[in-house]
Design a protein. Sequence first.
Length: 212
Amino acid sequence: MEMPGIWGSFYRISTAIYKLAYVNALWLGFILLGLVLFGFMPATVAMFAVCKKWMQGDWDEPVFATFWANYKKEFIRSNGLGIALILVGFLIYWNLTLFTGMEWTYVVIRYTMIAVGVAFAIMVIFLFPTYVSFDVVGLDRIKTALALAFGHPTYLILVLVGLYALQMLFMTVPGLILFFGAAVPATFLMWVFKLVHHSLERKAQTQEVQQT
């Protein structure tokens, strides 16, 4: 039974803060469990899976059970994706260091690689929400993340502004990073993805109406 009035609001806010801190602690703990290198990707996917449940209104979903189930399920697959991302990121960085001259060909290649690097970074931001929201595999995950990011520029701007605001908040109050540094951005990204889902659903309904 929910408490009404101001005490009910206080209880819901307190519960939300506790759950955010809890899932953030799970994220840190399970990264260490995977020896950092092999723990980061499955822990991050598991955290986004929990945040997805929250955005679906399942606030009573057992956090640890959901986190642990997704961590085990996605351990190998997510680490394979992580290795691929590291390799691509390294290749982009390596190419940037190669073409440092002032010849026009070097300048063109360098700025092209910078553009590719920016697109890669944006894709990575959208990748985790895509991972837990769509039943796609392999390169289709990357294609879907890029399509959602650049196909919805309004939401892309919202994501970038929101993440920048969170960065400024964490820089102003560094103590928050330990307790909320991963969970809050993940929840924010899943909230934006919820808006994207609603936008896609509205477009699909409009197309159905137009075809009938």
